[in-house]
Design a protein around this ligand. Structure first.
Ligand SMILES: NC(=O)C1=CN([C@@H]2O[C@H](COP(=O)(O)OP(=O)(O)OC[C@H]3O[C@@H](n4cnc5c(N)ncnc54)[C@H](O)[C@@H]3O)[C@@H](O)[C@H]2O)[C@H](O)CC1
Ligand SMILES: [K+]
Length: 549
């Protein structure tokens, strides 16, 4: 697996601040930034187009600095041999100095015998249909374009596309391929959502300095195509500062995941490698116990022990003889009794990681609820080893005092909620949640609540976001349809537990487990229809996925 480097994700605000500070404090001129950005875009276009000579390129330039980038790219592509048609929004004439200068530079290019350069002004104040017809008329002699460059809107976009941008964007559809500068026009930079109709679907996107959330979330991955990042010279200390802002995140590359996994203690003896304990299952849900235990074993935990009801433990014994099961008489509701906590703590006190939650049967009835609340509460208070709390273990944290107990734990804690479970946790915390859009994004939510709860928080989603108690945030590189299968949560929780049992740092274990789950799902979907994937298929592929790092 090629060890591509980590990728940084900055919000639009963080990006703008880094930009501003680079210009105002550090002293790199904004025109220099724009020129460097444009050169990076032109290089990537040239790399993909092979030979620019004889190529016809349409540049759609908007009224802001994204437009300015586009005007500079037009100049560079023309210089490198392409025929270029620039359709520019009249707003560019009143835009920033660097955008205006780039328009002026294009105007100063002398007529050429060999190549065509057309500058066509779209008068934003004039009648829309007239502008459309005039532009179409001006392009008629050009025939189809090999490439359209989307420089209409970048990270300055707000709200649904307004005219004439939406109509200008339509002209890209006639090109054989589309390159977006920074972000495809029409995507909300921080959510990746499309607001209203219209907007751009690019074959590739060249973004400045860092990726933005829209390259990873919402409609973004489908609208951006391949995303490459151009280093435009923002100094490292200002990029670092931007990375500290809530909402900023990192996508771990294969090299980083490999480094995380290599930190496992590969001791010789099974106890040296680490004992993973799994407290899960109920008479009704033995599957979750089996999947979580199997995943913990398959990811390399030297020794997996589990605690469950007699019936679930018997089902596990039949399937996983290598896993030692501690069994307890079930309550009336068929679930583990709260009284099981003491013997579990006694038996599993030396484990290096403990998972509690999958299939405990919390929703069964009030009786079960009280018992499971008691069981989970005592493990939270007294289990010294890192505790992974998943599924019904999370549902049992439904009171402020339960979450306070999590915060007060000595040992590390990993919470692995899906969005519904996360919403209930936040509600149970009784803490106020800012509801404005700037604060409901996955990366912001994960880093803020991981800090507030003092935990590693795995916020499952498309994609999954993982944050540590200090706010460090990772975003999974992809999502897979194959993961949307019952039991995949049990497998993920089991893998996290199994990796922590081998000595991985809990945050690193969570990131590595999410990547391994994705690798397994991708492997499965390479040979089968993703919709047919079962949790056991994922477990089958963990060993192969691990072997790649
Ligand atoms: N990141 C960097 O260091 C650099 C980025 N560069 C480029 O600059 C743009 C951001 O430029 P900005 O002027 O802030 O905004 P935009 O050009 O994206 O657009 C603002 C422009 O568009 C109008 N507008 C906003 N929303 C809409 C809408 N929904 N419909 C229609 N029109 C809209 C708004 O009124 C403004 O006029 C960044 O993406 C990079 O490409 C620098 O060039 C290099 C450094
Ligand atoms: K754009």
């Amino acid at each position: 697996m090629q060890s591509h480097p980590d990728r940084i994700i900055l919000s639009a605000d963080a990006m703008r601040r880094a930009d501003r500070r680079t210009i105002d404090e550090f002293g790199l001129a904004s025109f220099t930034l724009m020129e460097t950005a444009a050169r990076g875009v032109a290089d990537e276009i040239e790399r993909r187009m092979a030979d620019l000579a004889e190529r016809a390129v349409l540049v759609l330039a908007g009224p802001g600095n994204n437009g300015g980038d586009g005007l500079a790219v037009a100049r560079l592509l023309f210089q490198r041999g392409a025929d270029v048609f620039v359709l520019y929004h009249s707003g560019a004439e009143g835009a920033s100095a660097e955008t205006q200068l780039n328009l002026e530079l294009l105007r100063r290019i002398p007529e050429s015998e060999e190549r065509m350069l057309t500058l066509h002004r779209w008068d934003a104040a004039a009648d829309l249909q007239t502008q459309i017809d005039t532009a179409r008329g001006a392009m008629a002699p050009w025939g189809p374009f090999d490439l359209a460059v989307d420089a209409l809107l970048g990270i300055g976009v707000t709200g649904a596309l307004r005219e004439p941008i939406a109509s200008m964007a339509e002209f890209a559809l006639s090109a054989r391929s589309i390159a977006a500068i920074d972000v495809p026009t029409g995507l909300d930079t921080d959510t990746g959502e499309r607001q209203g109709a219209g907007g751009m679907h690019a074959d590739f996107t060249v973004t400045m300095a860092a990726t933005k959330p829209c390259h990873w979330f919402g409609a973004g991955p489908k609208s951006c195509g391949d995303v490459t990042v151009v280093d435009i010279g923002l100094p490292a200390h200002l990029m670092e500062a931007a990375m500290q802002e809530p909402g900023s995140a990192r996508v771990a590359g294969a090299a980083t995941v490999a480094r995380f996994l290599r930190s496992a203690s590969r001791g010789e003896h099974k106890f040296a490698v680490g004992q993973a304990a799994v407290v899960a299952g109920s008479n009704r849900y033995s599957g979750a116990l089996i999947l979580a235990s199997k995943a913990a074993a398959r990811v390399g935990a030297g020794y997996v022990v589990c605690a469950s009801t007699e019936r679930a433990a018997a089902a596990l014994d039949a399937q996983l003889p290598e896993v030692v099961a501690l069994s307890f008489r079930a309550t009336e509701s068929g679930t583990l009794p709260a009284a099981a906590a003491a013997p579990i703590l006694a038996e599993f006190g030396s484990c290096r990681a403990c998972l509690v939650g999958p299939g405990l049967g919390y929703a069964k009835d009030d009786g079960a609820r009280d018992e499971i609340r008691g069981l989970v509460g005592q493990l939270v208070r007294e289990m010294q080893a890192p505790l992974v709390i998943d599924a019904d273990g999370l549902n049992a944290l439904d009171r402020p005092e339960a979450l306070r107990a999590v915060l007060e734990r000595q040992g590390a804690t990993v919470l692995t909620p899906h969005p519904g479970e996360f919403g209930r946790l936040v509600e149970a915390s009784g803490q106020r949640v800012p509801t404005d859009p700037a604060h409901d994004r996955p990366t912001w939510l994960a880093s803020t609540w991981a800090r507030r709860f003092g935990v590693v928080l795995v916020l499952k989603g498309s994609p999954t976001v993982i944050a540590g108690p200090d706010g460090t945030t990772f975003v999974a590189p992809d999502t897979s349809r194959a993961l949307a299968t019952a039991g995949s949560g049990d497998v993920l929780a089991g893998m996290i537990t199994g990796l922590i049992a081998q000595g991985l740092d809990p945050l690193e274990a969570a990131v590595a487990a999410v990547h391994l789950g994705l690798d397994a799902a991708t492997d499965y979907a390479a040979e089968h229809s993703a919709a047919s994937c079962q949790a056991t298929d994922l477990i089958e592929r963990i060993a192969t996925a691990l072997h790649r790092y």
